[in-house]
Design a protein around this ligand. Structure first.
Ligand SMILES: Cc1cc2nc3c(=O)[nH]c(=O)nc-3n(C[C@H](O)[C@H](O)[C@H](O)COP(=O)(O)OP(=O)(O)OC[C@H]3O[C@@H](n4cnc5c(N)ncnc54)[C@H](O)[C@@H]3O)c2cc1C
Length: 472
C-alpha cells in the first residue's frame, strides 16, 4: 500500500477524524505525524498550561495508535521542512490534515498545500473541528455576521447533523526505521510541577473527552440553563480543552446529546448547543477579522484612555490578590487548575478592563499562558466581549459590580471559600466585600489584602469617564 502522511494538529483523536479516514478510504497506509512548530504560531505560541496538556494528549494519541498497530511520529522544526524530510524518508504520495483557523497558520497551510500539489502529491485538508466552517455562513449581503443571534439562526436553519464514525479497529504498521523524537525531550511538562493540581480535574486525551461527555449528559446537562452561571456548582460540561485540542469532534458531542434527548432535558440541551454556537461564532469572527487577537474590533476604542499598567497591580490581579474575593477566587482557580468558570472569567475580565482600566490584551495574554483551554478564537471573543470592544459585545458602560455578581452567582460564598480559603471563616455577607469591616478581616484573615486594588465606585466612575470621552 502507498503511504500518506496524516498530519495531526488540533485533532488529537482517532474517532471522527476526516484526515485519517480519507487516507484509509483512499487505500494509503497512514503515517501519523505531529510537528512541534510553536514559532509558526505568530504571537500566539502555546502557553505553559497548553503545553502541559499537549504532552498528555500526545501520549494518549500515541498509545491509541499503538494499540491498533500504528504509532505517532514526533518531529520538531519548520513544518514545511519536516514534511519534506518525511516525504523523502517514507516515499509517501499524499498528505492529509484537518484545518486550523488561526491567522498565523492558515496562510502557512494554504502555501504548503499549493507547493506540495505542484510537486504532484495528493494533498487534502478537511473540517475536523467545527459544525460550520467560518466561511459557510454569510449575511444576506454576503458579509460576515457581527451579531450572534442572526448568526446562530442562520446556522440552525442550515443544520445537517454530520455523521459520526468510530476509530478503525486496526491500522497498518509502517517501517520501524521511520523514527520520531521522544516526547519527553520536548520538555512540555513544567519542570517545577506547577501543573500537579491540573490532573485532579482533567484527563487529557480522547478517552477523557468521551468520558467527560458521558458525565455531562448524566449530570450537569439536566439543569444546564440555570446552573451554567453558578461557579459554586458543577453546572457545565468542562469540554473546552478537549474541544480545543480536537480530542472530540463538536459534532460527536451534538450527536451524543441528540441520542440522549428527552422531553425533560430538551430545553437544557438546546441551551448547551447554543453555547457551542458561540464557539462557532468565535471562529467565524477570527477568520473574518484576523487582526482582533490584538486589536479592537470596534473602532470607537481606537483612542480609548486605557490606564498605564503598574506591574505590581497587574501581578496582584494575575495571582488573585486584588482584595475582591470573587475576582481572587477566579484567578486562583485558574492558577490551580488551568481553568476558570465562564461567569467568573467575565467578572475577573471586567475588573481588569473596567475598574483597573487596563487594556484587555493584558488579560488575554495571561489567560493564554495559564488556561488549559486557551483558544485564540474563544479567548479573543471573550475578552473583546467583556471589554465592549468586540462584536455583539457587552456595552463598555455596563460595569459588572463584582460584589453583586458574587451575591447572585455564589450566594453562599462557597466558591470563594474554596479558592480563597483564608476567607472561609469570614461570615456572609461580609465574605463578598470584606473591606467593609477591616477589623474582622484583620482578625480572621490577616494576610488577605485590606482593601481592593481600586475602590469599586472610583474604578467604575473612572471607566465611565474614559468611555464618555470616546464620543457619541
Ligand atoms: C474573558 C474570557 C476568556 C475566554 N477564553 C476562552 C478560551 O481561551 N478558550 C475557551 O474555550 N473558552 C474561552 N472562554 C469561553 C468560556 O468561558 C469557556 O469556553 C467555558 O468556560 C468552558 O467551560 P465548559 O466547557 O464547561 O463550558 P460549557 O458551558 O459546558 O460550554 C460548552 C462549550 O461551548 C463553548 N463555549 C461556551 N461558552 C463559550 C463562549 N462564551 N465563547 C466561546 N465558546 C464558548 C466551549 O467550547 C465550551 O467547551 C472565555 C470567556 C471569557 C469571558
Amino acid at each position: 500500500m502507498p503511504y500518506a502522511l496524516v498530519w495531526f494538529r488540533h485533532d488529537l483523536r482517532l474517532d471522527d477524524n476526516p484526515a485519517l479516514r480519507a487516507a484509509l478510504d483512499e487505500g494509503y497506509t497512514p503515517v501519523p505525524v505531529y510537528i512541534r512548530a510553536p514559532q509558526e504560531e505568530g504571537d500566539w505560541a502555546p502557553g505553559g498550561a497548553s503545553d502541559a496538556w499537549l504532552h498528555r494528549s500526545l501520549e494518549g494519541l500515541d498509545a491509541d495508535l499503538r494499540a491498533r498497530g500504528s504509532r505517532l511520529v514526533l518531529r520538531r522544526g519548520a513544518s514545511a521542512a519536516v514534511l519534506d524530510a518525511l516525504l523523502e524518508e517514507t516515499g509517501a504520495e499524499a498528505v492529509f490534515w484537518n484545518r486550523k483557523y488561526e491567522p498565523a497558520t492558515q496562510p502557512r497551510d494554504a502555501a504548503l498545500k499549493k507547493a506540495l500539489r505542484e510537486r504532484g502529491l495528493r494533498v487534502e485538508s478537511f473540517n475536523g473541528s467545527l459544525l460550520f466552517e467560518p466561511w459557510d455562513l454569510a449575511t444576506q449581503q454576503g458579509g460576515p455576521y457581527k451579531v450572534f443571534t442572526p448568526f446562530w439562526r442562520s446556522a440552525l436553519a442550515q443544520w445537517r447533523a454530520p455523521a459520526t464514525w468510530d476509530a478503525p479497529g486496526t491500522l497498518p504498521a509502517f517501517d520501524a526505521a521511520w523514527q520520531g523524537e521522544s516526547l519527553d525531550a520536548w520538555c512540555l511538562t513544567p519542570a517545577l510541577g506547577w501543573d500537579a493540581g491540573f490532573w485532579e480535574t482533567w484527563t487529557p486525551g480522547e478517552a477523557g473527552a468521551r468520558e467527560a461527555v458521558e458525565v455531562f449528559i448524566d449530570g450537569a446537562l439536566n439543569g444546564y440553563r440555570a446552573d451554567r452561571d453558578r461557579p459554586d456548582r458543577v453546572g457545565t460540561s468542562k469540554l473546552s480543552p478537549h474541544l480545543h485540542f480536537g480530542e472530540i469532534a463538536s459534532w460527536r458531542i451534538t450527536a451524543e446529546l441528540e441520542r440522549a434527548r428527552t422531553a425533560a432535558n430538551s430545553a437544557d440541551m438546546d441551551g448547551y448547543i447554543r453555547e457551542l454556537g458561540w464557539r462557532e461564532f468565535a471562529y467565524h469572527l477570527l477568520h473574518h477579522f484576523p487582526h482582533t487577537p490584538t486589536q479592537n474590533l470596534n473602532p470607537r476604542f481606537a483612542h480609548f484612555d486605557w490606564a498605564k499598567v503598574d506591574p505590581d497591580v497587574l501581578a496582584a490581579w494575575q495571582r488573585g490578590r486584588t482584595g475582591v474575593p470573587i475576582v481572587d477566587a477566579g484567578l486562583r482557580e485558574l492558577w490551580a487548575t488551568g481553568y476558570m468558570h465562564n461567569r467568573v472569567r467575565m467578572i475577573v475580565a471586567s475588573y481588569l478592563v473596567k475598574h483597573l482600566r487596563y487594556h484587555w490584551s493584558h488579560g488575554a495574554r495571561w489567560f493564554w499562558d495559564t488556561l488549559v483551554d486557551a483558544d485564540l478564537a474563544n479567548n479573543t471573543l471573550g475578552w473583546q466581549w467583556v471589554a465592549g470592544t468586540g462584536a455583539d459585545a457587552a456595552p463598555y458602560f455596563r460595569v459588572f459590580n463584582p460584589v453583586t455578581q458574587a451575591e447572585k452567582f455564589d450566594p453562599k460564598g462557597q466558591y470563594i471559600a474554596r479558592w480563597v480559603p483564608e476567607l472561609a471563616d469570614v461570615p456572609l455577607p461580609l465574605r463578598f466585600a470584606p473591606w467593609q469591616k477591616p477589623d474582622v478581616l484583620a482578625h480572621v484573615a490577616p494576610d488577605y489584602p485590606r482593601r481592593p486594588l481600586v475602590d469599586l465606585a472610583e474604578g467604575r466612575e473612572g471607566a465611565l469617564t474614559a468611555y464618555r470621552k470616546t464620543g457619541d
